[in-house]
Design a binder for this molecule. Structure first.
Ligand code: ZN
Length: 152
């Protein structure tokens, strides 16, 4: 899929908006899962917080940290996408997003990735793939209990 200039501008606007006004940008005091993500190539650092309910559905999700516009916008959009979803679905979306960001699939192949298409341009910028996927890798690590915090 070739991106028209109009689409490119729209995608850029989405990223700039989420970078400027990140959604769910806060610490969750008693998360069921949390992990820290670091992308040394760019200097992006993110902490992701999750609260899963007894059905393994994301009840609450947030992030804090600092990084480039792409990493922050990606984290912000991720929190809005995974809220109220079962972790199996979250993992499926993450795999699809990863395939899209690395150019393995086209952005319009999977309707689940509709809201992530703003990042389809990173496939041409290999260093940016890590920025775009950092929040998702961090979320994945949290779900794997690679750094679990138990609620009191
Ligand atoms: Zn970055």
């Amino acid at each position: 899929m070739l991106l028209t200039n109009r689409t490119k501008n729209l995608y850029q606007e989405v990223i700039l908006d989420h970078n400027k006004n990140p959604r769910n940008f806060r610490v969750i005091e008693h998360p069921s899962h949390t992990a820290k993500g670091h992308n040394p190539l760019c200097g992006d650092k993110l902490d992701v917080y999750l609260v899963l309910d007894e059905n393994q559905t994301v009840q609450d999700v947030s992030f804090v940290g600092d990084g480039c516009a792409i990493s922050k916008a990606s984290a912000s959009i991720m929190t809005t996408i995974v809220k109220d979803k079962h972790i199996d679905e979250v993992r499926t979306i993450f795999r699809g997003f990863h395939d899209m960001a690395t150019g393995k699939i086209e952005a319009d192949e999977d309707p689940k990735l509709r809201r992530l298409r703003a990042f389809s341009g990173v496939r041409d910028l290999p260093a940016r793939v890590k920025c775009a996927t950092l929040a998702w890798h961090t979320l994945d690590a949290a779900l794997k209990d690679e750094e679990i915090i138990t609620t009191e």
